[in-house]
Design a protein around this ligand. Structure first.
Ligand code: SF4
Length: 448
């Protein structure tokens, strides 16, 4: 039974409601309609009305949580198709594929690669977040594989890829506490799979060979009352995979259809058919167009650097520049006697300049003052990268005590700061550097 306007009027309290904190039911309703409050905060709602309104005011795409502890990840929760409309909510994640047909040495090699690729870039940890464990036909080896991954100490969430309900049940017992993605519900086994996951509210991975079949299957699963899902529209070609993934998102967001309101999986490894570089190219495509879990054959630096870099760009607020932490960074094995090169904290500038410094192989200390996260000329024009701000950063952070050098190289584009800096930093030699980063290696080598 839905609430009528009269019902709402009758429910209006004489003073501020202690339950929702709003002065009137109408104020509360307006907030709920805008997505700013949860309808469940009102304890006076009839259960049927609560169910209907919860459905109507729920986010268009569910936020799904998989994994436990440090390995927990959130997927979905998106509200728009394009990042220029609104910042995306939850970044996509990368999974490395294992299966029960693999030799121990091959399993060990992949585990070692996953451990190796784990680094921080602009405050974000870059690593493979999932392992996908496929069951083919050898239960003993499958169980041994799960145990081996568990024993490896990898900080990853699990995807149990298995359509055999009995084997899944056994496998699940090993990693239930790790809250895995139970991937394997199809048109034949979905009822049994729902039974398997519902007591622990684990995420169920649902697969079908066409969008229509997937839609019908999700409807059937909804009828069983289960809505904690990840979708996999199975595709045999790149074209089909792209169409499916985009269509699922469009039907959900543009069509306001919650049947497809779940994150999706893409098997880039299968589509690439053993071609590592094709796998990277496809993974970049599906990072942008809408793979929430992208399955790779392996994780190494060749894959990690472009994929994690792109992901970080796509899943951050385009209005807010990415910044590196201000400080003094030592490059190429520099000690405290190495000259200091100064640039801004805008991440793109930092990585371009530090890349060129590394290419020069000359030991250099890199000074990054707080410049508001803008590029050199923009921060200078905004008054955030000035002689006094650079000098103040050096003094306030005790840089003069930490280093033995008194050579400071400025970006060539702000050569105008040289005179003021010499006044602000007596005893320092202020050197005007290059106007373009590409000339840095030659400049540093000649500086001696
Ligand atoms: Fe009205 Fe319910 Fe909100 Fe109280 S909790 S103000 S009764 S809507």
């Amino acid at each position: 039974m839905a609430l009528t306007g009269l019902d709402i009027f009758k429910l209006t309290p004489k003073k501020n409601c202690k339950d929702c904190g709003f002065p009137t039911c109408l104020a509360f309703s307006m907030k709920v309609a805008g997505g700013g409050a949860e309808i469940g905060k009102c304890p006076h709602m009839a259960p049927e009305a609560l169910e209907k309104l919860s459905e109507a005011t729920a986010p268009i795409m569910k936020t799904i949580t998989i994994g436990a502890g440090d390995a927990e990840v959130k997927l979905g929760g998106e509200t728009v198709l394009f990042r220029h409309e609104k910042t995306f909510v939850n970044k996509n994640r990368f999974a490395v594929a294992f299966c029960d047909a693999m030799e121990d040495s091959a399993i060990d090699e992949k585990i070692a690669h996953i451990k190796e690729v784990n680094y921080i870039r602009i405050g974000e940890e870059m690593r493979a977040e999932f392992v996908k464990l496929k069951y083919n036909d050898n239960k003993d080896k499958y169980i041994a594989l799960i145990n081996k991954i568990k024993a490896s100490g990898l900080k990853v969430a699990y995807i149990l890829d298995c359509e055999d309900v009995d084997v899944m049940k056994e496998a699940l017992e090993l990693v239930k506490a790790e809250k895995p993605l139970v991937y394997g519900a199809n048109k034949d086994n979905f009822a049994a799979m729902v039974e398997l996951v519902k007591a622990d509210n684990l995420v169920l991975g649902v697969k079908a060979e066409s969008l229509e079949a997937l839609y019908a299957l999700v409807e059937e699963i909804h009828k069983l009352g289960y809505k904690n899902l990840v979708l996999h529209p199975v595709a045999n070609t790149v074209k089909e995979a792209f169409e499916n993934t985009v269509q699922v998102r469009r039907i959900n967001i543009q069509g306001q259809d919650r049947t497809f309101g779940y994150p999706t999986m893409v098997f880039a490894n299968k589509l690439a058919n053993g071609d590592k570089y094709m796998e990277i190219a496809l993974s970049t495509l599906f990072t942008m167009k809408y793979g929430a879990i992208i399955v790779l054959d392996d994780m190494d630096f060749v894959r990690a650097l472009p994929l994690f870099g792109l992901r970080q760009n796509i899943f951050t607020d385009p209005q807010k520049p990415m910044r590196v932490e201000p400080g003094l960074y030592k490059l190429n094995g520099a000690d405290e006697s190495a000259p200091i090169i100064c640039t801004v904290d805008f991440a793109l500038t930092y990585f371009i300049v530090s890349g060129e410094v590394e290419r020069s192989k000359v030991p250099v200390q890199m000074l990054i003052p707080d410049a508001g996260g803008y590029s050199v000329l923009t921060s200078w024009a905004a008054g955030k990268f000035t002689a006094s701000s650079i000098a103040a950063f050096i003094k306030e952070n005790g840089i003069e005590e930490k280093v033995k050098t008194r050579k400071l190289i400025l970006p060539g584009k702000v050569a105008v700061l040289k005179g003021d800096l010499e006044e602000n930093l007596p005893g320092w030699e202020i050197i005007v550097g290059t106007t373009e980063a590409m000339f840095i290696p030659k400049f540093l080598k000649e500086l001696g």
